[in-house]
Design a protein around this ligand. Structure first.
Ligand code: TEU
Ligand code: CA
Length: 539
């Protein structure tokens, strides 16, 4: 039997920015529940809910101080139970974000752990004595600076691969692992649909050897987790794995290995940064390279023994049309093009809230407008090193995480209908034109392209299971591929660029499936318009 998540489309909700229900300027659980009918109309099968657990919100909830409590800013546990229950009525499952590489420094475990070295929770975290009075090594935090922080009371350094308020858990401790499994079972018992696992590739870290991701115990831990929690329960699990290769993806997701359902891989994310440098060190995207990476992940994993996710956006990456498409004159066309090429590929598609209406990046003029800890830390670190302020702001405007975190644009009313109060983060000024209400009223909107793509997946096994085959001999700006199943053949053609491109094929169209301009009668010597994309059945 095909597991449900192979035929599903998942929608990521960033709770803080989705819908405020009580005028405090912060999205909340009741707000999400109030929008379930909209999500059902879109047609999605599950929501991946970014963290709503109790948290000091240093990293918008990715710093958890109690895994079994809801942060008051999002509501109560009753609101959470209500969301799960109501979502079920709309045929939507709730996939929880599982952040177990680290906790908040306000988590009870860490408060205990730092009391003294003999405390029974001390070993739940990763500690090191000073080496010659310094950090044990030069491991860096993803949020700038050293990954080690000196703790006065214990006289030791603790590891934090993210903010210093996010101490890393020590997965080598079996008691800690069991506590995490118990917590996961608590959530499973509530009837959730599964887990998205934050930076799961880091749990096998061996910092004393300088190993962060893909440590030797990573897969044994996941097998243990599977066995003790979600295994055999028809739940979906997706691991966030920035450093996965196709081979590593198979290790995570081969059903015979009993680990995860699938991974998020990010190979295309580094294409617009300078090799060996950080995401802030920009370089233009080479469309040929983008195409190669997309094709690589369709052809180099064996879908019988692995599964992959498909996505352009999430809460950590900029809006795709602003980044690689066009958010001005071709906003609608490029948004539909990205949707068409991704949703007709092999794997499970994810839509990030706002993507379905073509929300765009939201540039800032000054660092005071920035909320995200990653951007702020980078800015301060680089400013101190002598970087130019304007260059840093430019990088933040291109790559910063706040771009995709601005409130959802529901309508043209004040604050885009997100809140009656003062939004926690600025609303993108383009909300009067770009909003859900306008999208729903326009039969030609990006929304309906997504809706149609989801229906196509639900109704056509070829979209779920068909083999992927690249059409060769197109130029770098054109991506064309077949999906093939049981003698059926679909052809998907897309112009990834703002220039017209040519495409030519001997195939005969038997049916038009979807397009973002007009349908074609035949495929001879086509001139593809900017960002044109279409799918057809061929004989
Ligand atoms: O992201 C992991 C991660 O590696 C990111 O920090 C990534 O490098 C960066 O955002 C790219 O811009 C996960 C969560 O998705 C992120 O929101 C959290 O901040 C991070 O883990 C720590 O929990
Ligand atoms: Ca609120």
């Amino acid at each position: 039997m095909t597991p449900w998540w192979k035929e599903a489309v998942i929608y990521q909700v960033y709770p803080k920015s989705f819908q405020d229900s009580n005028g405090d300027g912060i999205g909340d659980l009741k707000g999400i529940t109030s929008r379930l009918a909209y999500l059902e109309k879109l047609g999605i099968d599950a929501i991946w809910l970014s963290p709503v657990y109790q948290s000091p919100q240093i990293d918008n909830g990715y710093d958890i101080s109690d895994y079994e409590a809801i942060d008051p800013q999002y509501g109560t546990m009753e609101d959470m139970d209500e969301l799960i229950k109501e979502a079920k009525k709309h045929h939507i499952k709730i996939v929880m974000d599982l952040v177990v590489n680290h906790t908040s420094d306000q988590h009870r475990w860490f408060i205990e752990a730092r009391k003294n070295k003999d405390n029974s929770y001390h070993d739940y975290y990763v500690w090191s004595d000073p080496v010659n009075g310094h950090e044990p090594n030069d491991m860096k935090s993803a949020f700038s600076g050293s990954a080690w922080k000196f703790d006065e009371k214990t006289g030791q350094y603790y590891l934090h691969l993210f903010a210093d308020q996010q101490p890393d858990l020590n997965w080598k401790n079996p008691e800690l692992r069991q506590k995490i499994y118990d917590m996961m079972n608590y959530w499973i018992d509530k009837g959730i649909g599964g887990f998205r696992m934050d930076v799961i590739e880091l749990i096998g870290k061996e910092p004393e050897k300088g190993i962060r991701e893909n440590g030797p115990m990573l897969h044994p831990y996941l097998q243990e987790m599977n066995k003790k929690t979600f295994g055999g329960k028809n739940l979906m699990t997706v691991g966030e794995t920035w450093n996965a290769t196709p081979k590593i993806a198979e290790e995570y997701s081969d059903p015979d290995r009993h680990e995860l359902s699938m991974v998020f891989q990010f190979e295309n994310q580094t294409l617009d940064q300078q090799p060996g440098k950080e995401k802030w060190d920009l370089r233009p995207l080479d469309l040929g390279k983008l195409k190669n990476v997309l094709v690589k992940w369709q052809t180099e994993i064996d879908f019988e023994h692995a599964w992959n996710s498909l996505f352009w956006e999430n809460h950590d990456i900029p809006r795709v049309i602003s980044r690689w498409g066009n958010d001005k004159e071709y906003r609608v066309q490029s948004a539909k093009m990205f949707a068409i090429i991704l949703h007709l590929m092999h794997g499970t598609p994810y839509i990030y809230n706002g993507e379905e209406i073509g929300m765009t990046n939201c540039p800032v003029k000054d660092i005071s407008e920035v909320e995200d800890i990653e951007s702020i830390n980078m800015y301060n670190e680089r400013l101190a090193k002598g970087y130019d302020k304007e260059d840093l702001l430019h990088s933040i405007n291109v790559k910063g995480r706040d771009n995709a975190r601005t409130p959802i644009q529901w309508n043209a009313n004040k604050n885009s209908g997100f809140t009656t109060g003062k939004p926690w983060l600025h609303v993108n000024p383009n909300y009067k034109d770009i909003n859900v209400e306008a999208a729903l009223a326009d039969p030609d909107s990006i929304f309906y392209t997504y809706q149609k793509l989801i229906k196509l997946r639900h109704k056509n096994p070829i979209v779920v299971d068909g083999d992927f085959e690249l059409v060769k001999n197109t130029n770098d700006s054109v991506l064309a591929y077949y999906r093939k199943l049981d003698g059926q053949k679909w052809l998907i053609v897309a112009n990834l660029s703002a220039d017209t491109q040519s495409f030519d094929s001997e195939e005969k169209i038997s049916e038009n499936i979807i397009s973002n301009y007009q349908d074609h009668d035949d495929l001879h010597n086509l001139e593809l318009k900017p960002y044109e994309a279409f799918a057809v059945k061929v004989k």
